[in-house]
Design a binder for this molecule. Structure first.
Ligand SMILES: [Zn+2]
Ligand SMILES: [Zn+2]
Length: 111
């Protein structure tokens, strides 16, 4: 059972890789994974705000039930492919739904 040691590119110390056998950094100096942060910022995206404005001008009614919205049932901008599944803020992935349909949809295919 040979233990494999590597030399950290930052501190030049020998270390033993724990999970990732191909890493060239010790636990202290391994590159931070930033992918987890993207999701929180997603709704603050300038592309989203721009395209949401556009789609609201194009679609004046709910794409499912054709209601034009009311104070009880507002129209909202919906992502056809949810961001959590890799959907984008592209205008092709946006549509207008009323609150009722949007809630129905979330109940139905949320995960
Ligand atoms: Zn190091
Ligand atoms: Zn609707």
């Amino acid at each position: 059972m040979a233990k494999s040691y590597r030399i950290c590119l930052v501190c030049r110390q020998l270390f033993q890789p724990i999970n990732n056998k191909n890493t060239s950094y010790c636990e202290l100096h391994k590159p931070k994974d930033t992918r987890h942060r993207v999701h929180n910022k997603a709704y603050d995206d300038t592309e989203y705000r721009k395209n949401r404005k556009k789609i609201k001008e194009l679609q004046k009614e709910c794409q499912w039930c054709q209601t034009r919205g009311s104070t009880q049932n507002k129209l909202v901008c919906d992502h056809i492919v949810p961001l959590s599944r890799g959907g984008s803020h592209h205008i092709d992935n946006l549509r207008i739904l009323c609150m009722q349909c949007h809630n129905k949809r979330q109940g139905r295919d949320h995960r």
